[in-house]
Design a protein around this ligand. Structure first.
Ligand SMILES: Nc1ncnc2c1ncn2[C@@H]1O[C@H](COP(=O)(O)OP(=O)(O)OP(=O)(O)O)[C@@H](O)[C@H]1O
Ligand SMILES: [Mg+2]
Length: 182
């Protein structure tokens, strides 16, 4: 998608209501990954998606989350053969979280705070093309769900993007009683 179209999409996402339902994230990630695989048939990219990743959210918006995270995962593993991309579930503070991990170029963790800002990029556009809209879109969607997204990476050692979506999921710890929640 052209950058202007993506910026318009980003601004629409900030305003549109989130239509929450039961979603199968494994299915959404599989459909998204299939498109990137089709565009990369010459490469050896191994995508592993945990089965039955169930949550609640807006399926259309969550598809966009995977489209953007997988776009990056495919792009930043361009120099790897085989490339490994893993999508799975983890617990963050007792809360259900999902991750997309790759074994690609990674990034310098000192600048991690910049990644989610629009037009912020840590790689030379000549090596890895892009405008810096993808992660801003992901962050917007995740925060519209009441969740958060963060990244971990190391130069040349891959990257992991993890997000929560609030109002759902496993609570490993019992909820805080109302009188103590303030
Ligand atoms: N999987 C990844 N591995 C390494 N660095 C990444 C990864 N994903 C994102 N980054 C870093 O974060 C920056 C911002 O990512 P973002 O998706 O917002 O922009 P982009 O991919 O450069 O452009 P666009 O998404 O608009 O095509 C990237 O330019 C890159 O420096
Ligand atoms: Mg991107």
């Amino acid at each position: 998608m052209r950058s202007l179209a993506r910026i318009c999409l980003l601004s629409r996402i900030s305003r549109a209501p989130v239509e929450v339902g039961d979603v199968d994230l494994s299915q959404i990630a599989t459909a998204s990954a299939a498109e990137f695989k089709l565009a990369a048939t010459a490469r050896d990219v191994r995508v592993e998606i945990a089965p039955s990743l169930k949550t609640r959210g807006d399926p259309r918006l969550l598809r966009l989350v995977f489209d953007n995270l997988l776009d990056n995962a495919f792009k930043f593993t361009a120099g790897r053969s085989p490339a490994h991309i893993e999508i799975g579930e983890t617990l963050e503070d007792g809360r259900q979280a999902f991750f997309v991990r790759d074994n690609g170029a990674g990034f310098d963790g000192r600048y991690v705070h910049k990644l989610f800002g629009a037009f912020q990029r840590l790689h030379d556009v000549r090596d890895y093309p892009g405008t810096g809209i993808g992660l801003a879109t992901v962050q917007r969607i995740v925060s519209r769900h009441g969740g958060r997204v963060w990244a971990q990476g190391e130069p040349d050692r891959g990257a992991t993007f993890t997000f929560t979506l609030s109002g759902e999921g496993t609570t490993a710890r019992p909820p805080v009683p109302p009188e103590r929640a303030a």
